[in-house]
Design a binder for this molecule. Sequence first.
Ligand code: AHR
Length: 503
Amino acid sequence: IAPSIHIDPARVIDQVDPRIYSGFTEHMGRCIYGGLYDPDNKHGLCHPKTGFRTDVMDVLKELKMPLVRYPGGNFVSSYRWQDGIGPRELRPRRPELAWLSEESNQFGTDEFIQWCREMGTEPYICFNMGTGTLEDALAWVEYCNSSANTYYANLRRKNGYEEPYNVKYWALGNEVWGPWQVGQMESQDYAKKAFQWAKALRLLDPSIKLISCGETGYADWDRVTLRKLTPVVDFHSIHIYTVSEGKHEVNVMGPAAAEKALEITRSLIDLAKIENSLSKQLTVCFDEWNVWDPVRAPGEKGAEEHYDLSDALAVAAWLNVFVRKADIVKIACIAQSVNVISPIITSPTGLFKQTTYYPLHLFSNLMLGSSLNVHVTTPSHNVNYTGPTVPKFIQDITLHTPDSTKLTRYVDVSAVLAITAESGHEIRIAIVNRSDSQEFNVPLVFGPNATVADAFTIHEVWHEDLKANNGFDGEKVKTVIKEGKFTGSYLLKKHSFQVLVFT
Ligand code: AHR
């Protein structure tokens, strides 16, 4: 099939929710300590009062993350939030059971909220549904959000924070289904417990948004929990990491399998609404996604992935999925945001931007507005999705999906119609060429009511070597901005990512 891209600005899927470009910071490895918080830094890189790394803040601000999830992840399932407030010298050190480390509690809820305020981002907090009780959860919401004359609201004031934090987003546990989780539960048990928690939490603060703990979006866990929790939650969370294990094609095709998972989630949500006779809005919070190979970068060792160009293309393909699914995915948090499986890596003397930083930056800055239903024809390739190295979820989905060849499409596209003060309407097209060997000359057909100027801008992420990566010694993979003259088609280099901006 010859590749082509047809774009009609009238074919709007939905508005792209900027919250799909959100982040995640967990007490894990060097994410918090030595990442965003480094009070002993000897190189002038932290704020003298707060201890926050100012270079990390500057770079994360460029990513314009509307929400940041905290404090885990697996960490939260044995976290006592009360340990992390009040005078620092009185905060207890505790054994940490998710990553088998120690938690000093020098950074806690108040520090996180201050960090969010300085970042201009909204906090999104996950409850401990492992060792934690409903009483702890209620106390946490009271501490953060209450303006009453009650114990935890007064404790916040005593700690120096007069005004309530008004934390809007709260998750009912993290990966409660996982055997690695402290306090793992069966789906029915979790659903019953989360339902009761939701009821009580809303009595305390009816304004909060609650997020149910889902699995992959297509698991039985999702079906069971959605059926019970639909009346009491606003979002259903999904976690999926794609893994390459060295195979470029599996790496870049993984997000397409996640897209199929999302289609199944949409149906499960519909089913749960029908079963509950409810027409409320309930959408997906994809609060952990990324490229992560836990063998290459084990969690217990801090999960410091070192990404190459292939991984950057996979991240771009992930983001294409979220833009195409703008009607169902309203929040997505890249996991994670500093050092741990992250687009930035710090050292005591500075930081560098990984290859994956660049597609994230392009999407969060450009791919906003109305998501367009683009028609793409493209060559595809039969990838062997079976075998010991291919992640189970990709095998599950591709082996049993009749249209699985769609998952192997080389030219992967999303597009938005954005309105800008300078140029009025802009059509922005994000294209990944997932082939590692072929370039494609792709006709771009606009219409029927769209005319575009000849001059357009190209934001390109590319390198001749698919394994090229970045480090403290320099960045081989980064965005290059060029001007183009439109003649009806665009030449896609092999293994490239670009955002084309037409006025
Ligand atoms: O992001 C790393 C870990 O991956 C999180 O703690 C957990 O929720 C997931 O399994």
